[in-house]
Design a protein around this ligand. Structure first.
Ligand code: URA
Length: 229
């Protein structure tokens, strides 16, 4: 994006005021004063206007092992939030790349990079998400076939994308879905009147919850992990 456009979107100033601020050396990019609004700036270059930071130089990406009872939100009046599992000095500007229900455990992603999180979460994204599922009753024999053909969700008026069910034992299975509809896994098992009693997200695409992480812990993603999406 052009610097002058970026400044228009990220400051209260008019185009004329921005021209003047540029001309009088009030704008710096990566620590250097820039007077030309036509300069192209990218997502993670440090931009300051009148000495105020408008954009950070760096993207931050974390995986976190969500415990049950922690809400997938950045603020909540009642429950502890996923963001509050990180120390305060790391929280600034972070948002969640996807959500899990209150009782669901497992892999969650946090970042300050909106483009990256959109690639992970956008409804059209077919990135597989794999869950370990515990159900109240035995998993129906035909579930594998029904899930692979898709289930009609009347509320959204859509049929779920083909999903893969792997039986572990009668009440435990592994389900891989390729979208993220509201309560999707519970609703899929609900088709068979089977209640999901425990749900745990193991992976998103090729990104697997680090087995070294304990519940409630987090760690930065590696460069190779960030590049997966
Ligand atoms: N599907 C659900 O039903 N719940 C989750 O938390 C994630 C997927």
């Amino acid at each position: 994006m052009r610097l002058d456009r970026f400044l228009q979107l990220n400051s209260p100033y008019s185009r004329q005021q921005i021209k003047r601020l540029l001309a009088t050396g009030q704008v710096s990019v990566a620590g250097c004063f820039v007077t030309e609004g036509t300069v192209e700036v990218d997502r993670f270059i440090r931009i300051e206007l009148e000495g105020r930071l408008l954009q950070e130089a760096q993207g931050y990406y974390y995986m976190l092992y969500k415990p049950a009872g922690v809400v997938s939100a950045t603020e909540h009046p009642e429950h502890k939030t996923v963001l509050e599992l990180l120390p305060e000095n790391l929280r600034d500007g972070l948002h969640l790349a996807g959500r899990l229900d209150l009782k669901t455990t497992g892999l969650m992603l946090l970042t300050n990079d909106g483009n990256w999180s959109r690639r992970v979460t956008q409804p059209e994204s077919t990135i597989p998400k794999t869950y370990h599922v515990t159900t109240k009753d035995h998993v129906a024999v035909e579930a594998e076939d029904v899930f692979s053909r898709g289930i009609y969700f009347s509320y959204e008026g859509i049929t779920t994308r083909p999903a893969t069910l792997e039986r572990i034992d009668s009440c435990h299975s592994r389900l891989t879905i390729h979208e993220g509809r509201y309560h999707q896994v519970k609703r899929m098992f609900g088709y068979f009147d089977n209640e999901v009693t425990e749900l745990h997200r193991e992976s998103i695409g090729d990104l697997i919850l680090d087995p070294e992480l304990k519940m409630g812990d987090f760690r930065p993603l590696t460069a190779a992990e960030i590049a997966l999406f």
